[in-house]
Write a protein that binds this ligand. Structure first.
Ligand code: ATP
Ligand code: MG
Length: 425
């Protein structure tokens, strides 16, 4: 049994901030990692009797989004899991989201479900490529919030790389974790700790699948809808299919007209998308995340659609259109030969961008993420069966929780080992 401790975990993702205390149960609360900067002036606010605020976060944001115009005042602070050091608006949003979560769950002045409460033990999960200034910023944000809110919200903070949290949730010591969310895919060889010199933070995630989906919608004549990020995401998740083999799947779809659903009604709206003869393009949506270098995407690139951005590492540039299987091998080859077989034999997939499902009747043509990667790796001569973690969108949060329950109380934060508790109150 771990010690009873008021652990509170925070997973800062590109699209969602996931948070909650140990007593919340299996699922964290989640809100979009975004903020809205209202236009309303101090004077108008006073006259109308509303509070003038610099930034609005959380569920309240949608109250402000009355027109397309206002989407421009909406800001998603994280790009590929990272915020620039001097992005003041970005850090302001992160601070307010952090405050929103802590205040929502802190039983200040009350008993917590696990006994007297004297501040949270906070575990914050950041992308493995997060630079040191992000760690410093996260520590000071918690310090500031704690003192602004009366001094008994946070007791101590620690920070963990997201892929390590996944490995902890899965009880794996030597493994390669692929954490693929909305903004980035962290390909992370782990042997007890993250092997930082082998990490490949690929600039690719669900957002790139959205980009190709938006392009396809535009070409189908739904240009207006394609501009709305949220709509594009819903359509992608509904219509996107990962082909086991793209050429064969497209060939099959074209020679079996009508066998793929081509008409979609978007839940909660009156919007209908009819793909007509182009239902085979559903396979492009799924392929793109795994292999944007496939020649079928060349016609898109030649008209100005841009592939995912390159990843610049010290002394090396990973092309943005690299296949996911090749990128895994690149990362593993950066580790000592002795541990490579272990790393390849346990590949763990986590994050929402691996959420693709196979509709009934399409077995043998469409794949889920594990089968797709297994096939891709086999064609590169590597035989292994990647495994999907339980609850891919929440494994970072769960692993962070476990980490916080077991990290010894007396261990103080060390910049050398990048572990331990940073004491706050
Ligand atoms: N069933 C699904 N099929 C395809 N994509 C999905 C599915 N479910 C979720 N996604 C995608 O997963 C992404 C969100 O994943 P996740 O919540 O892990 O990201 P995040 O933690 O916010 O971002 P990141 O980890 O990159 O910083 C979105 O792009 C979403 O569209
Ligand atoms: Mg994430």
């Amino acid at each position: 049994m771990p010690p009873q401790r008021a652990v509170y975990a925070e997973d800062y993702g590109t699209s969602y901030f996931k948070f909650g205390p140990v007593w919340i149960g299996k699922y964290p609360e989640m809100v979009e990692n975004r903020g809205y900067f209202p236009k309303i002036s101090k004077a108008v606010a006073e006259i109308r009797g509303i509070e003038a605020r610099t930034v609005v976060v959380g569920p309240e944001v949608s109250n402000y989004l009355e027109s397309r115009e206002e989407l421009r005042r909406l800001y998603y602070p994280m790009r590929n899991g990272v915020i620039d050091r001097d992005d003041r608006n970005g850090w302001l949003i992160v601070k307010e989201l952090t405050r929103y979560g802590l205040k929502k769950f802190a039983p200040v002045g009350r008993e917590s479900p696990i006994g007297p409460f004297d501040g949270f033990y906070v575990v914050a999960a950041l992308a493995a490529q997060a630079p040191r200034y992000m760690y410093e910023e996260i520590f000071s944000i918690h310090e500031e919030i704690n003192s602004e809110e009366g001094g008994s919200l946070v007791k101590a903070v620690t920070i963990i790389p997201q892929p390590l949290a996944v490995a902890i949730a899965e009880k794996a010591t030597t493994c390669t974790v692929l954490e693929a969310g909305h903004g980035n895919t962290q390909i992370t060889p782990i042997s007890r700790d993250v092997i930082r010199s082998a990490l490949i933070p690929l600039n690719r995630g669900g957002a790139d699948s959205n980009a190709i989906t938006a392009q396809i919608l535009k070409d189908l004549g739904y240009g207006n809808l394609a501009r709305e990020e949220k709509f594009v995401r819903i359509f992608k998740e509904m219509a996107g299919l990962v082909p086991i083999n793209l050429d064969e799947a497209v060939e099959w779809a074209k020679s079996h007209p009508g066998s793929l659903t081509s008409s979609f009604t978007v839940p909660g709206t009156t919007v209908k998308v009819d793909m007509g003869e182009k239902a085979w393009q559903r396979f492009l949506i799924g392929e793109y995340f795994f292999n944007p270098g496939h020649e079928m995407f060349e016609s898109y690139y030649s008209v100005g659609f841009t592939p995912p951005r390159d990843t610049v590492l010290p002394g090396e540039t990973i092309p943005g259109d690299v296949s996911l299987a090749e990128a895994i091998l690149m990362a593993v080859r950066k580790t000592p030969v002795e541990i490579q077989p272990g790393l390849l034999s346990k590949i763990l997939l986590s994050g929402g961008a691996f959420g693709w499902r196979v509709p009934a009747g399409l077995e043998g043509i469409a794949a889920d993420a594990t089968q797709k990667l297994e096939t891709m790796l086999r064609s590169l001569g590597v035989s292994t069966s990647p495994k999907m973690v339980a609850e891919p969108q929440f494994s970072v949060w769960r692993g962070s929780m476990v980490y916080g329950l077991y990290l010894p109380e007396r261990l103080r934060w060390s910049w050398k080992s990048m572990e331990g508790w940073h004491q706050i109150s």
